[in-house]
Design a protein around this ligand. Structure first.
Ligand code: NDP
Ligand code: 8X3
Length: 250
């Protein structure tokens, strides 16, 4: 049976790569993000491989989020796979110098946005007694690093919410898991450093994970047999041992 996946944050990085990977495997797609032009371009390209619908909304806005998901046309209404991926780090500052707008952005997008989207989709999964939710956490959800304070907090919250979801949705046969990458070369650092030049240096001197590496793992997770749920994946590039130890001689 052909499945439909809704992917948040599909306009770049891991979300975009996951959309491409899923399209190759004929999974129907609902692609979400704020940058409409990118959604349209991706829809045009991937429609050659599968059916694609786009939803243009900001996950911080709960009214917009519910309205967008409610608006899905009949052919895309049944969401079999939810990839909660939208998110970013905003800033890298010691806690005493932290910026309130950055803190709001990380908690509102990475944590509350994930909850709003999940709340809009879960009722149809519980009604059908099937579904698969993958939350994109981070190695920053398993460790804390200097100046990572609120971003690490938001990703620790994602992991706690993932475990809670798995327990609460278990009676409905819904699979829930997290994929937690370390450093991935995407637009992540451009967003974190607000376009400053330092963003270009983050992935220099070693081969970081690429968005496609993570997308392949996400596809592996969703393509397991019905009785198998991969609950948690931590993945690093070979040069990275943990959040703070990156071997730049690779
Ligand atoms: P990108 O910056 O490339 O992608 C982030 C995506 O999130 C974009 O598609 C963006 O779309 C979307 N997004 C951001 N804010 C909002 C919002 N308010 N409403 C809706 N969509 C939003 O980064 P990555 O691909 O790297 O990040 C994807 C996920 O992976 C994030 O949750 C991140 O925390 C996590 N991650 C990243 C790692 C890395 O090193 N890159 C490592 C571990 C985890 P748009 O701007 O169009 O709305
Ligand atoms: C992104 C990876 O190490 O920049 O979640 O926090 S890190």
């Amino acid at each position: 049976m052909i499945k439909t996946a809704l992917i948040t944050g599909a306009t770049s990085g891991i979300g975009y790569a996951t959309a491409c990977e899923f399209a190759k495997h004929n999974i129907n797609l609902v692609l979400c993000g704020r940058r409409l032009e990118r959604l349209k371009t991706t829809q045009e390209a991937l429609s050659k491989l599968t059916n694609v619908h786009i939803l243009n909304f900001d996950v911080r806005d709960k009214t917009e989020t519910f309205k967008a998901i409610d608006s899905l046309p009949e052919d895309f209404k049944q969401i079999d796979i939810l990839i909660n991926n939208a998110g970013n780090a905003h800033g890298l500052d010691p806690i005493d110098a932290g910026n309130l707008d950055d803190w709001d952005a990380m908690m509102d997008i990475n944590v509350k946005g994930l909850l709003y989207v999940s709340k809009a989709i879960i009722p149809q999964m519980t009604a059908r007694k099937s579904g698969h939710i993958i939350n994109i956490g981070s190695s920053a959800g398993k460790e804390v690093y200097p100046k990572g304070n609120v971003y690490c907090g938001s990703k620790h919250a994602v992991l706690a919410i993932t475990e809670g979801m798995r327990m609460d949705l278990n009676p409905f046969g819904i699979k829930v898991g997290a994929v937690n990458p370390g450093l991935v070369e995407t637009e992540f650092s451009k967003v974190r450093f607000k376009g400053a030049e330092i963003a270009d240096t983050v992935y220099q001197g070693f081969k970081a994970l690429q968005a496609e590496d993570v997308a392949e793992v996400i596809y592996f997770v969703v393509s397991r047999p019905a009785h198998v749920n991969i609950a948690d994946v931590l993945m690093f590039c070979t040069a990275q041992a943990n959040s703070t130890l990156v071997n730049k001689s690779f």
